[in-house]
Design a protein around this ligand. Structure first.
Ligand code: AHR
Length: 506
């Protein structure tokens, strides 16, 4: 058995965790909207056509923020298509995903759904094929109280009170050659700056996310952030990061080490933001919005086949990755990485939420079930609120194809506002248990209330509609801390949530 230790101190803080760290994403892509959240003919559809089983699954996941309506989709999107009487909304070819967008669900309908699942909207505007003028128009439509062209249009469309959308994305992945309206960093920085100014003139209370490079592997990465921030630093609030990982070669040890890259990525973008801050003698601190993250690779070949046979159909079953057990472990580690960087990453969106690279799956006319990755997200969102603590981890390390010295234990800890303590950890070891000793002396008398474990003997195990609990969390017996120290056993390849609360005084 391997041995590792973690020291935690109630006063050694990383920072406050913004609840928006547990956001997600619904794009007009595949069956995310049509057949996912919205299926008016489904036996479980509510009065507005939304699936009640999906609403329930999203509510249990505790998602405080949902990015919408894309993604790549926004770069060809005209927001005016998605409002007003449904019968006069146009059908458009969507050049991002080669499908037809019917606009049956638009801003008003999505806002109704977001309210039902208790989430705020993070609204992405089109800065690919449209510009600052259309950007300020949609802010006026959504947030201005009334007595102006677009706010009156909203009222005429049935919504008297403003939507009050606080958080806006200034386009999406604008350095990607796959993007409609791809730009150079300078072109993007200029247009983002103008859009930001005009949007904030309409509503000064909004917050804006500028596009970082679409990935750390892009040739543009780094220079993109530096150049575009040089143009728009004072008018934006966050820079976006996007990252997806895959394991096409079946190298579990290497796959589970990918969060080393995620950590580096976050640190690099934060450093560039700070470099621009220094150069500009600015007092403003830019934070990070990791607004697309997940595992994504399983559906790649399937999608090529779908497009060969079915281009331009509505709601094609695209990006329907079936997640296995090892994907849940990496998603757990990605959540740990986000919590550990909570001082700089204030917003993050698991991409996406329903059917499209998603924790929640549905069958048209049929059931709704949770994929393996649903569980670490649910635990982190539920118990990862409050303040992130510095976890001093001492663990054996391993080397793999891309990284050296990967700790077998990946961990983060949070202190809840109710003074509870939660330790999240992944044992990356493929075969060995780990005896993890926790030094919690500064917390006084604690009681371990729960040790949740997600484990399966087969890294390829998946959940399906017929067998939705193949990979499902369980609990192991708790141990009693002795003078602030306690040792727990972590199964090989496992996600663990270890929870403590103050011991009541007898
Ligand atoms: O989430 C799927 C797609 O991935 C998004 O549309 C795009 O922003 C990214 O490339």
């Amino acid at each position: 058995m391997k041995k590792a230790s973690i020291i935690l101190d109630r006063d050694y803080l990383i920072g406050r965790i913004d609840k928006r760290l547990f956001g997600s994403f619904i794009e007009h892509l595949g069956r995310a909207v049509y057949g996912g959240i919205y299926e008016p003919d489904h036996p479980l559809a509510d009065e507005l056509g939304f699936r009640k089983d999906v609403i329930q699954a999203v509510r249990e996941l505790n998602v405080p923020l949902v990015r919408y309506p894309g993604g790549n989709f926004v770069s060809g999107f005209q927001w005016e298509d998605s409002v007003g009487p449904r019968e006069s909304r146009p059908k458009r070819l969507d050049l991002a995903w080669f499908t037809t967008e019917t606009n049956e669900v638009g801003l008003h309908e999505f806002a109704d759904w977001a309210e039902k699942v208790d989430s705020e909207i993070m609204y992405a505007i089109n800065l690919g094929t449209r510009g600052p003028m259309e950007a300020r128009d949609i802010v006026e439509y959504a947030n201005h109280p009334g007595n102006s062209r677009y706010s009156d249009m909203r009222i005429a469309n049935g919504r008297k009170d403003p939507f009050n959308i606080r958080l806006w994305c200034l386009g999406n992945e604008m350095d990607g050659p796959w993007q409609m309206g791809q730009k150079t960093a300078y072109e993007y920085g200029r247009i983002a700056n103008d859009a930001a100014k005009m949007m904030k003139w309409v509503d000064p209370s909004i917050e804006l996310v500028a596009c970082g490079s679409s990935g750390s592997g892009m040739p543009t990465f780094g220079d993109w952030e530096l150049t575009m921030l040089n143009e728009c630093y004072e008018n934006i609030d966050y820079v976006s990061l996007h990252r997806y990982y895959g394991n096409p070669t079946g190298d579990t040890a290497g796959f589970l080490a990918r969060t080393m890259d995620m950590d580096d990525f976050i640190r690099s973008v934060a450093s560039i933001c700070d470099a621009v801050k220094g150069k500009k003698h600015s007092k403003k601190q830019i934070h990070l919005s990791f607004d697309e993250w997940n595992v994504w690779y399983h559906s790649a070949e399937q999608d090529k086949e779908i497009w060969k046979q079915d281009k331009w159909n509505r709601a094609l079953p695209l990006l329907e990755d079936v997640y296995n057990f090892e994907d849940a472990l990496l998603v757990g580690s990605m959540l740990i990485t986000l919590i550990r960087n909570a001082d700089r990453v204030k917003i993050a969106c698991l991409a996406q939420l329903v059917n499209v690279i998603a924790p929640i799956m549905t069958r048209n006319g049929g059931g709704c079930w949770a994929q393996t990755i649903y569980y670490p997200f649910m635990h982190a969102s539920k118990y990862g609120r409050g303040t992130a603590l510095q976890a001093i981890v001492d663990a054996p390390v391993y080397d793999c194809s891309d990284y050296e010295n990967v700790p077998v234990i990946d961990a983060a800890a949070t202190r809840g506002d109710d003074d509870s303590l939660t330790v999240f950890c992944v044992n990356r070891d493929l075969t060995e248990e780990c005896a993890l000793s926790l030094d919690l002396r500064s917390f006084g008398d604690l009681r371990m209330t729960e040790h949740i474990v997600l484990h399966h003997d087969d890294v390829n195990a998946v959940n399906t509609e017929e067998n939705p609990r193949e990979v499902f969390p369980g609990s192991v017996p708790t141990a009693a801390p002795d003078h602030g120290r306690v040792t727990v056993k972590l199964q090989p390849l496992s996600w663990n949530v270890i929870r403590f609360e103050k011991k009541p005084i007898d």
